[in-house]
Design a protein around this ligand. Structure first.
Ligand code: KG4
Ligand code: ZN
Length: 340
């Protein structure tokens, strides 16, 4: 017997991207993302401006997702939305919209944890790409989080390591700011790193227990190094930009890989995935592939558009929750902090 098709609308608004996606089972019919340029000039996301922009974007983005998918809104079986973790004002826009739309369509809603969404992005259908087998390890690296997650099943995950201070994305963005790049500087470091020498400069690496990370010392080490160099040569950054980017990127990747390799060895798990905005980084992708050869890993890296914040990952998580009847009711609230 043919299984009934499930159509889910996913909504993501936890930080500075407003996104809506329609999925049919595990296939993406649309994934619309409106990014907010307004934060560039401030060197970071300004929460109040982010929520105002979400407010303006949410209806056109959902409308575009439904139109692009070629469905009628009445065909939607459930609305999955991010209710945390993230910026409160931003989360409230998506959460309130989902509640209202669910009442209007008379369909159930599903509250999704943003970090779970990043992990489950690996289960979106992508031609020719295989999906990780349980149990697998997922290095989830974004602007707000850095975690090693032991994924035992779709909805059974355990965080075995995390950052005690800055996230890996913050380490990229804060370093980029020191180099004079606008926010978010991560992709710009990545771009310049491609032409630079990763071993030219050496920065402090933390000594952390177990599978935990720390990035605040790296930022301080870069700051002091640049201050010292610029005293001797005010054009030091411009003259060495590519090598600086390559060396900073190399250090961040080494910090991440050291713990991922340790977790894989200790737990004897060779199914290795990466997720989150920083997994778009070319250097990290290459380092993961290099380790795969050396350590016999099966590696899984999502397509670029499913790495950074997107609603397709929320919709796919919603689909797995839908199958388990994990629905929310109208008392659901947005939560800035939320456990996995
Ligand atoms: O997952 P994401 O889109 O949003 C959060 O949930 O935080 O991640 C955004 C982060 C930013 O810090 C951004 O600089 C970083 O991901 N990022 C990158 C790259 N693309 C995005 N960092 C390094 N290299 C990249 N190519
Ligand atoms: Zn994210």
């Amino acid at each position: 017997m043919k299984q009934k098709e499930t159509i889910i609308l996913g909504i993501e608004s936890s930080c500075d991207d407003t996104s809506a996606s329609i999925i049919k089972n595990t296939a993406i019919l649309s994934n619309i993302i409106a990014s907010q340029k307004i934060h560039e000039e401030y060197g970071g996301v300004v929460p109040e401006l982010a929520s105002r922009a979400h407010q303006q974007n949410i209806i056109p983005v959902v409308d575009a997702a439904i139109k692009k998918a070629g469905i009628k809104k009445e065909e939607i079986d459930a609305i999955a939305f991010t209710n945390g973790p993230g910026l409160m004002g931003s989360l409230l826009v998506g959460t309130s919209f989902a509640k209202a739309f669910s009442l209007a369509l008379n369909c159930p809603m599903i509250n999704v944890n943003h970090m779970k969404g990043h992990v489950l992005a690996h289960f979106i259908d992508d031609e020719g790409k295989s999906k990780p087998k349980f149990p697998f390890l997922c290095l989830t690296v974004s602007g707000g989080h850095t975690q090693i997650v032991l994924v035992k099943d779709y909805l059974d995950m355990e965080i075995i390591g995390s950052t005690i201070d800055d996230a890996a994305g913050e380490a990229f963005d804060k370093s980029a700011k020191l180099l004079g790049f606008p926010y978010p500087g991560g992709p710009l470091i990545d771009k310049h790193a491609q032409n630079g020498n990763p071993l030219r400069f050496e920065f402090n690496k933390p000594l952390m227990k177990n599978y935990d990370f720390s990035f605040s010392g790296l930022k301080t080490s870069i700051l002091y190094f640049l201050q010292k160099q610029e005293k001797a040569n005010p054009h030091f950054i411009q003259e060495n930009l590519d090598d600086l980017c390559a060396s900073i990127q190399h250090t961040i990747i080494e910090i991440l890989l050291k713990k991922l390799v340790k977790a894989s060895t200790d737990l004897n798990i060779k199914e290795i995935a990466i997720a989150g905005g920083v997994s778009a980084n070319k250097g990290l992708r290459k380092a993961i592939e290099d380790n795969a050869e050396k350590l016999n890993w099966n590696t899984y890296i999502p397509k670029f558009e499913y790495c950074t914040d997107n609603a397709a990952m929320i919709a796919i998580t919603g689909k797995f929750m839908f199958e388990k009847n994990l629905f929310a009711d109208q008392t659901i609230t947005a939560k800035a902090r939320i456990e996995m």
